[in-house]
Design a protein around this ligand. Structure first.
Ligand SMILES: CCCCCCC[C@H](O)CC(=O)SCCNC(=O)CCNC(=O)[C@H](O)C(C)(C)COP(=O)([O-])OP(=O)([O-])OC[C@H]1O[C@@H](n2cnc3c(N)ncnc32)[C@H](O)[C@@H]1OP(=O)([O-])[O-]
Ligand SMILES: NC(=O)c1ccc[n+]([C@@H]2O[C@H](COP(=O)([O-])OP(=O)(O)OC[C@H]3O[C@@H](n4cnc5c(N)ncnc54)[C@H](O)[C@@H]3O)[C@@H](O)[C@H]2O)c1
Length: 309
């Protein structure tokens, strides 16, 4: 990955189809992000198929969606519990699940991937689905840090491939970064922008540069924080309080890293430090490496920088 080889111009190669109105969405990966995106897409009238590797994960994802819909309804329909219940049921009816992506992509306008942050695994997934999905289907990745161009290279639909980068927790965070590679067609880009709008999100347009906008700025901050703690310049608790009360951030950096998942933070750092071995901004942290090796991945495993059990 050439880290700073910015792709400054977007191509307008002719797409096989015109603007795709996205109605049927396949979301691959029913973890934190996939389930959150499924919830928002289903709540806004899209039919969603959520795909993961086994039924237990999918059951947990749907249960999580139901729980989070209840949180949404509590506020949105505070004085109308019946309308709130109807909203939940409608959204849930829009969600189906599958462990076989290949069999469900045939009906999809959009295949959005939110699986593990690993280039080869993402390429294998899309490479296989490219042969099965209809010509009009748009592919998109929710990757935090991998070049969309590299993920798309496993397919023959470069013009119908883009990035849709959501933020955690998806039902609450208002932003979506919409990423165009140099091969993404204008029609595809517009379809992704329209889809983001239908989800009620505000979108920003990004080039396919490492970390897009947010993570290119967020990761160096998080890594500098971890190094500060490793040097003994402040306790985790004090650093978190300082950034919350001093900067007005809703979470301190250690809380946020635990919330996002330390495996995801490490996956991103591994890629960026390998591509930039001489850049101290992307230097590895011994502590982060140790926590991930011990399976302390943050909130999702009950322990990361903090304990949650
Ligand atoms: C960091 C490592 C480096 C980056 C790695 C890359 C990661 C990635 O690529 C980019 C990111 O996502 S970067 C990460 C970007 N993310 C951030 O930076 C997040 C920063 N943190 C925050 O914004 C807040 O701490 C939270 C919103 C998470 C919780 O808020 P709080 O005040 O502490 O606690 P609260 O009172 O419980 O919740 C408040 C309201 O939200 C509602 N709600 C919550 N979850 C919900 C769900 N799943 N569904 C529905 N609703 C949900 C809840 O019901 C409540 O509603 P009410 O109507 O007001 O009662
Ligand atoms: N966690 C965040 O805050 C965050 C925010 C934005 C983007 N992202 C990105 O979104 C993606 C997913 O992150 P997450 O936090 O939801 O991860 P997660 O670990 O919570 O969930 C990933 C899910 O993908 C499933 N999966 C893995 N390989 C699969 C395959 N081949 N087919 C089907 N399912 C498969 C896993 O079983 C798991 O349920 C990553 O690319 C990550 O970088 C994460």
């Amino acid at each position: 990955m050439a880290f700073f080889s910015h792709q400054v111009c977007r191509g307008f190669s002719s797409s096989a189809v015109r603007n795709v109105v996205i109605k049927h969405v396949t979301i691959i990966g029913g973890g934190q992000m996939g389930a959150g995106i499924a919830q928002v897409a289903a709540s806004t009238g899209h039919s969603v198929t959520l795909v993961d590797t086994n039924e237990d994960i999918l059951k947990k994802a749907v249960k999580g969606i139901e729980g989070n819909l209840k949180r949404v309804v509590k506020k949105k329909f505070a004085d109308k519990p019946e309308a709130g219940e109807e909203f939940i049921q409608k959204a849930l009816q829009n969600v189906s699940t599958s462990t076989d992506a290949g069999s469900v992509v045939r009906d999809s306008d959009l295949v959005l991937e939110a699986i593990v942050e690993n280039l080869k695994i993402k390429q294998d997934l899309f490479g296989g689905l490219d042969k099965l999905a209809p010509a009009h289907t748009i592919f998109a990745s929710n990757t935090s840090s991998l070049p969309i161009t590299d993920i798309a290279s496993s397919t023959n639909r470069l013009d119908r491939f883009g990035g849709l980068h959501f933020f955690n927790p998806v039902p609450v965070m208002k932003l979506v970064e919409v990423i165009a590679t140099s091969a993404t067609s204008q029609e595809t880009f517009d379809s992704l922008l329209n889809f983001s709008k239908k989800l009620g999100k505000t979108s920003v347009s990004c080039k396919d540069t490492p970390g897009f906008i947010v993570n290119r700025l967020l990761l160096p901050y998080i890594m500098e924080v971890i190094r500060m703690y490793e040097r003994g310049d402040g306790s985790k608790e004090d650093i978190d309080i300082a950034m919350k009360l001093g900067c007005g951030y809703p979470m301190g950096p250690f809380e946020l890293a635990d919330y996002v998942g330390l495996d995801t933070v490490k996956f991103i750092m591994d890629g960026w430090s390998a591509a930039n071995p001489d850049n101290p901004v992307f230097a590895q942290s011994e502590l982060l490496t140790k926590l991930v090796a011990e399976g302390k991945l943050g909130k999702k495993t009950g322990e990361g920088f903090y304990k949650y059990k």
